[in-house]
Design a protein around this ligand. Structure first.
Ligand SMILES: C[S@@+](CC[C@H](N)C(=O)[O-])C[C@H]1O[C@@H](n2cnc3c(N)ncnc32)[C@H](O)[C@@H]1O
Length: 371
């Protein structure tokens, strides 16, 4: 089993970095919790897995991980990290998409897209993205999914290091704002040779190998509907009860995991423009009742599936409604468990500081329940 060292010099660290997501665990934190609160062979469950740092840390440290994530972007990264397709097959598929992108059809499709896309990407890159969007069956095919994750990683970010014009990497800005910003600075879409750019980066990911993984899985689904069934089936399969319930629920009224990722979700077949998502659990939580219902459903299941000697480790927003609601619900379902509360100081690594919010209190709080 390889060591996790922050950075990209080990297989564990290199694959852990797949891919940019919003409000994600700092990697060293995910590994620390796994090492400190579980042992090899244990089952670790995360019902709000995001890009699955918790599950990946568990799986690379000899534990079994079971995650649920409703956002396809987090799920794709998770699947690639836990089970990537062989490099040769990914390269072959990549070449097939590049070939297809030369067809008239994709050049024409590019012309019909909103202005944003032509400022963001060169003609050739846009045709490549449209071909990939059309051809890659990422839900069902492992090779297609692995290739799609690499495209998503480099879809936008710093100029020269990604396929796009200058953008943020973890969060896609609005289309009107972006176009105005590029126009003011006369920043045209960069000319990039897709073969040189992407092949080189895909090979780099595989170059030093892949870590050993203990059987683990992340399911794309709504935890409030499937958590119990999924955990029970997995417990049966590995003959273990859950001994670490390690998660970070969405923060009330704060991050919108779908809107913030609208461009990557477009690549996965979503809308051309960042529409406000109103589907339950996919937008930003604005309804206190729905938020309470979600936490109730997930933590009530947690209390049924946990091993008697397990740990519940929850990282959440320090601000009042999220913090108080989470604590009350945890106390209701784990009444006689010991409780430890650690307020995480605001550092460059916290999940919410990057939002630039103006609340006086920022940062996270860790609630740790043990028996
Ligand atoms: C704070 S983030 C967790 C990030 C994660 N710890 C990581 O390192 O990437 C909360 C996650 O919960 C997901 N989520 C929200 N509602 C959900 C639901 N009903 N079922 C499953 N996942 C959900 C969001 O899409 C988001 O990825």
């Amino acid at each position: 089993m390889g060591e996790y060292k922050p950075g990209l010099s080990t297989p564990i660290g290199r694959w852990a970095a797949v891919g940019p997501y919003y409000a994600m665990f700092p990697l060293d934190f995910a590994f620390e919790v796994i090492e400190n609160y579980s042992k090899p062979g244990d089952l670790v469950v995360d019902p709000f897995a995001g890009r699955a740092s918790s599950i990946y840390a568990a799986a690379t440290k000899g534990r079994h991980g079971l995650g649920i994530e409703i956002n396809p972007l987090g799920w794709i990264y998770a699947q690639t990290k836990l089970n990537p397709a062989p490099l040769q097959q990914v390269e072959d598929r990549f070449r097939a998409v590049v070939m297809a992108s030369k067809r008239e059809k994709y050049i024409d499709l590019a012309k019909d897209l909103p202005e944003f896309f032509r400022w963001c990407y060169s003609k050739e890159i846009l045709a490549f993205l449209l071909a990939g969007r059309n051809l890659l069956n990422w839900r069902a095919n492992k090779v297609d999914r692995t290739l799609m994750s690499f495209i998503l990683v480099y879809l936008h970010g710093k100029l020269g290091q990604n396929l796009s014009n200058q953008m943020r990497q973890s969060k896609a800005m609005g289309h009107l704002y972006s176009v105005r910003w590029w126009k003011e600075r006369k920043l045209r879409a960069p000319q990039i040779d897709i073969n040189e750019f992407l092949l080189h980066r895909i090979r780099w990911r595989y170059e030093i190998g892949f870590p050993q993984i203990t059987s683990s899985k992340v399911k794309m689904a709504d935890s409030s509907k499937v958590l119990k069934k999924e955990v029970e089936a997995f417990e049966k399969k590995i003959d273990k009860r859950c001994s670490l319930f390690f998660t970070s629920p969405p923060y009330y009224g704060l991050t919108n995991y779908h809107k913030d990722q609208w461009l990557r979700l477009w690549m996965l077949g979503g809308e051309e423009l960042p529409l406000w998502v109103s589907e339950k659990h996919k937008g930003r939580f604005e309804s206190q009742v729905e938020y309470i219902e979600l936490l109730e459903s997930v933590f009530s299941v947690a209390s049924e599936i946990m091993d008697d000697t397990g740990t519940v480790y929850v990282r959440t927003d320090i601000r009042d409604f999220t913090r108080t609601t989470t604590l009350e619900i945890l106390r209701k379902y784990f009444p006689d468990w010991d409780e430890k509360i650690v307020e995480a100081p605001v550092t460059g690594k916290t999940q919410t500081i990057v939002l630039g919010n103006t609340s006086s209190k920022q940062g996270e709080v860790d609630i740790i329940l043990t028996r």
